[in-house]
Design a protein around this ligand. Structure first.
Ligand code: NDP
Ligand code: CA
Length: 316
């Protein structure tokens, strides 16, 4: 069975359901590109059977359907056109996809095309005001990493929400590139959201949510850039910890020939002045993940899905 994960309310109490301001459920997940999982990653403790796409796709879709998020941000999508776009459309989601310019999936024999980022929103909840497909730059040079940034409008509250999904450069030795890519994304977010709506008291910054596989531990420069940017972003998953200041111990856990790798690389950032986090999906325990780690027959990716409910703050 899939590991059982509970919704945790960080303030200790379940917030009142508000008809005029219902929460927005957001999912962040690196779903593991099929071509990379089978052809490149070398997950030596994961049976090849568990990576069979015809079964694995149902576990991914089950995870999405179980929690039924309003916004879904995915990385390593290499089955957009034949799977996620048609299925998510039939479930009432608007879909966008941006492949990496030189996806490593293309090096794998019998690949299904490049992998990239995908962003979905429930059409009954949001309309799409504007969309940007970004190729991230570093030191003025284009890189192989991308981001989708969309301006959505909530059909219930009339409020705008800027949502971004990204997947930064992987591996150690590339910390400075990740930091520069993060700076480029922040710069883009600043210019996109500064064009926001006017209120009686002047311009109001549009609330932002950034979901990503940053491939960076919290100690890295890119994490610091995000947490100290003038956009006022905070990392939602810190709220799971008892002090509210600590990221989870891991968001990905796998065993390759080079050894075991257990790290925190995935984040949901949000504008804390305009949004509040009502609840978060708990991180499975080491026992639930099991001795062979991820992926497995029970869990289809080497990264865990992150999920939270957010509300627009009433006082802004
Ligand atoms: P990244 O280094 O960002 O990583 C690509 C993928 O590899 C990620 O999805 C990452 O997963 C995964 N990965 C991370 N660590 C390991 C590991 N130890 N073993 C196996 N996989 C791992 O890739 P780039 O975007 O920089 O692309 C690099 C590849 O792209 C090259 O190998 C080449 O094939 C191709 N390329 C080709 C070019 C050309 O001119 N033809 C130009 C540029 C790239 P996760 O994020 O989950 O950690
Ligand atoms: Ca990967």
């Amino acid at each position: 069975a899939r590991p059982r994960r509970d919704l945790v309310y960080p303030t200790g109490r379940v917030p009142r359901r508000c008809k005029n301001n219902p929460s927005v459920r957001i999912m962040q997940w690196n779903i593991l590109a099929q071509a990379l999982g089978e052809g490149k990653d070398g997950f030596i403790r994961c049976p090849m059977d568990a990576l069979n796409w015809q079964e694995r796709k149902y576990l991914i879709l089950e995870e999405i359907l179980t929690y039924s998020p309003d916004i879904v941000c995915l990385q390593e999508v290499d089955h957009f056109y034949d799977t996620f776009h048609p299925i998510m459309s039939s479930l009432g989601y608007h879909s966008s996809f941006l492949p990496k310019p030189w996806s490593p999936c293309l090096d794998v024999e019998q690949n299904n095309g490049p992998d990239g980022c995908a962003l979905f929103h429930r059409s009954s909840r949001f309309s799409l005001d504007a969309s940007s497909h970004l190729r991230l730059s570093a030191m003025m040079l284009p890189t192989n990493q991308v981001a989708i940034v969309q301006m959505l409008k909530c059909r219930v509250t009339g409020r705008q929400l800027c949502v971004a999904v990204t997947h930064l450069k992987a591996r150690s030795g590339w910390e400075r590139l990740r930091s520069a890519q993060g700076a480029d994304l922040l710069h883009n977010l600043r210019s996109i959201t500064s064009l926001g709506v006017q209120s009686n008291t002047g311009p109001v910054a549009v609330p932002i949510v950034v979901c990503g596989d940053f491939n960076a531990e919290p100690s890295e420069d890119v994490y610091w850039r995000f947490s100290s940017s003038p956009l006022g972003l905070r990392s939602a998953y810190k709220l799971l910890s008892s002090d509210g200041q600590t990221e989870p111990p891991y968001t990905t856990w796998k065993i390759r020939p080079s050894g075991e790798s257990c790290s925190t690389l995935d984040y949901i950032w949000y504008s804390h002045h305009a949004l509040s986090v009502d609840c978060l999906l708990d991180i499975p325990t080491e026992e639930q993940i099991g001795p062979d780690r991820l992926p497995s027959y029970h869990y289809p990716s080497d990264h865990l899905s992150l999920l939270c409910d957010m509300s627009f703050r009433e006082d802004v």
